[in-house]
Design a protein around this ligand. Structure first.
Ligand code: FAD
Ligand code: MLT
Ligand code: ZN
Length: 529
């Protein structure tokens, strides 16, 4: 059965709206409200709404503007004729939230934001920009954490905010096909009506767009169970810089006809094409979910507990996350939310999901009995009620938000072999000493993905220079990756060589030249200067 239903998925900033057929749900202007995760809805704004405007990226990082044209009255006339004036957004105040990233750490100076609704409109915009040498910054929910989603200079912002239609749900094979601007959480609620789930979940789900997720190859909280988007995304439709539409929107699980071009758009952060539609493989929604929250005395115990969880929980383990004490202090202190456990040096969240609650409960109880009994785990609590699980998840998912309340966040997203995992936090803590307010680690330990963060009251170049390239050198020495899931965007592009060979970087440059010969798509991002 294939259900073809045109639906518009949207949200009021930070608050999920129910999915309604045939009606677009409006969003508050970005200048008035920051993007929020659904957890954040009652609580926070983020950096750029609450603080002074941050310095322009071009100035802070001393960037040379590419040889692009500036948007002229003539260009605006073309955009207005194509989209109408309400979908051609102008004005500094209106664009403020689109020029600044979620962290409030990078800021561009675009003067025009375009809101296409269809692939044809995207194609007309890109073809025009390419012919007139206008640079473009594709933007989804603007929750990216590496400065990729906002312009560096005056690039035309092309937002997918109004491309929020679900085209079809194939309930036999479990595949949803939709436009790129569907908000992740709304899309997940939509497929839930058919007993399915989107195999990706992350703290920014209430704001990020599925096209942004695909373009960053976002990882999130359940990659351990469902794998990366390179596996879950079955098809992509994208528009090249020239305006040519590349239709690789296959919804087949198997399709070996030639080069699998969709992978070029997954994780290329808007530098090779603008993703307009995606087809995603959706697993059945689990009938039973449980969440264990554990306190542990050492990182070694964290690793042994992960290993025991894999061995004993097997196929029902759906997430394995960790939080260190400093991160927990931040989330409790800055957001005033309370952990159900006493203080421990480390915490873990272990989620199980499956089709038989009794079976899963028995397995989880046996696992907890053995790990508590052996002393691997010092304390723990289990939740099965959705509201209780959400409270525990908030402790983990809201750390990013809590950190920005310290002032400025220096954010690192590293893949490491597990034996080296927490040592990087300890070494950097020692290296930075009292220069920083906080040095903390949390993340997707089950995937070997550490989120290493430092904060200071405000941005300080000297602190950045103490962190970089030290953190990348450390990572490269143990054959880790300097970006596990956030991408390279603007901030990390010049460090790509720590994780990729010269040959690989050169091939990437050739691919960029082939697909975007004039370099208009998201310049200053991903590839090094
Ligand atoms: P944006 O931020 O708007 O854009 C991100 C990049 O993709 C930019 O380079 C942009 O130019 C490009 N882009 C956007 N849309 C398109 C398109 N349609 N076509 C081509 N290029 C496009 N990330 C994770 O991987 N895992 C996490 O667990 C996670 N948790 C987060 C929690 C919080 C609280 C926050 C704020 C962020 C988190 N992120 C996480 C980072 C971020 O949410 C992801 O990178 C997300 O996939 C970005 O989606 P977006 O729609 O906001 O994209
Ligand atoms: C997370 O897992 O919470 C996100 O990737 C955001 C972050 O790194 O802080
Ligand atoms: Zn993450």
């Amino acid at each position: 059965m294939i259900i073809i239903k045109t639906m518009m998925l949207g949200l009021i900033r930070g608050r999920m709206m129910s999915v309604m057929a045939g009606r677009a749900l409006t969003a508050l202007p970005r200048s008035k409200a920051r993007l929020l995760t659904s957890h954040q809805s009652q609580h926070l704004h983020s950096a750029s709404s609450s603080c002074q405007k941050c310095e322009l990226t071009s100035k802070r990082y001393n960037v040379q503007r590419g040889k692009f044209s500036a948007v002229s009255e003539h260009d605006l006339k073309f955009f207005q004729e194509l989209l109408g004036s309400h979908r051609t957004v102008l004005g500094e105040e209106e664009l403020e939230g689109h020029n600044t990233d979620w962290l409030g750490t990078v800021r561009g100076a675009s003067s025009v934001l375009l809101k296409p609704k269809t692939t044809e409109e995207v194609s007309a915009i890109l073809s025009y920009c390419d012919q007139h040498q206008l640079a473009v910054c594709p933007q989804g929910g603007n929750t990216g954490l590496v400065g990729g989603s906002v312009p560096v200079f005056d690039e035309v912002i092309v937002s997918t905010a109004l491309m929020n239609q679900v085209e079809s749900v194939d309930t036999w094979s479990g595949v949803v096909t939709c436009q790129a601007g569907c908000i992740l959480e709304a899309l997940d609620q939509h497929v839930a009506e058919y007993g399915l789930m989107i195999p990706l979940d992350l703290g920014a789900k209430g704001s990020c767009h599925i096209g942004g997720n695909v373009s960053t190859n976002a990882g999130g909280l359940r990659l351990l169970r469902y794998g990366s988007l390179h596996g879950s995304v079955l098809g992509v439709e994208a528009v090249l810089a020239s305006g040519e539409v590349v239709n690789c929107l296959s919804a087949m699980k198997k399709d070996n006809t030639g080069y699998d071009l969709k992978h070029l758009f997954i994780g290329s952060e808007g530098t090779l094409g603008l993703v307009t539609k995606v087809a995603i493989n959706c697993p059945p929604r689990p009938a039973a979910v449980s969440l264990a929250f554990l306190g542990l005395q050492s990182f070694d115990n964290v690793l042994k507990t992960f290993k025991a969880a894999k061995d004993q929980l097997g196929e029902i383990l759906s997430s394995c996350e960790f939080i260190d004490q400093s991160s927990m202090e931040c989330v409790e202190g800055n957001l005033k939310i309370k952990s159900p456990l006493d203080e421990y040096p480390y915490y873990m969240l272990l989620e199980t999901s499956g089709s038989n609650g009794d079976h899963d409960e028995e397995k989880l109880n046996n696992f907890l009995e053995s790990t508590l009994g052996s002393g691997l785990v010092s304390d723990g609590t289990v939740a099965t009620e959705p509201s209780k699980m959400a409270n525990i998840w908030a402790l983990r998912e809201r750390i990013a938000e809590a950190l920005i309340l310290d002032g400025y966040t220096y954010k690192y997203d590293i893949s490491l072999p597990l034996p080296h995992f927490y040592k990087l936090v300890e070494d950097m803590r020692e290296h930075l000493g009292s220069n920083v307010v906080r040095c903390c680690g949390y993340g997707h330990v089950g995937d070997g993905n550490l989120h290493l963060n430092f904060t200071s009251r405000q941005y300080e170049k000297e602190i950045l220079e103490r962190i970089e390239p030290a953190v990348y050198e450390w990572t490269s020495q143990v054959n880790g990756s300097i970006s596990a899931e956030h991408g390279l965007g603007f901030k990390k592009r010049n460090y790509i060589h720590y994780s990729k060979s010269l040959g690989a970087i050169n091939l990437m440059k050739q691919m960029k030249k082939l697909m975007d010969p004039n370099g208009i798509l998201n310049p200053y991002k991903v590839l090094p200067d």
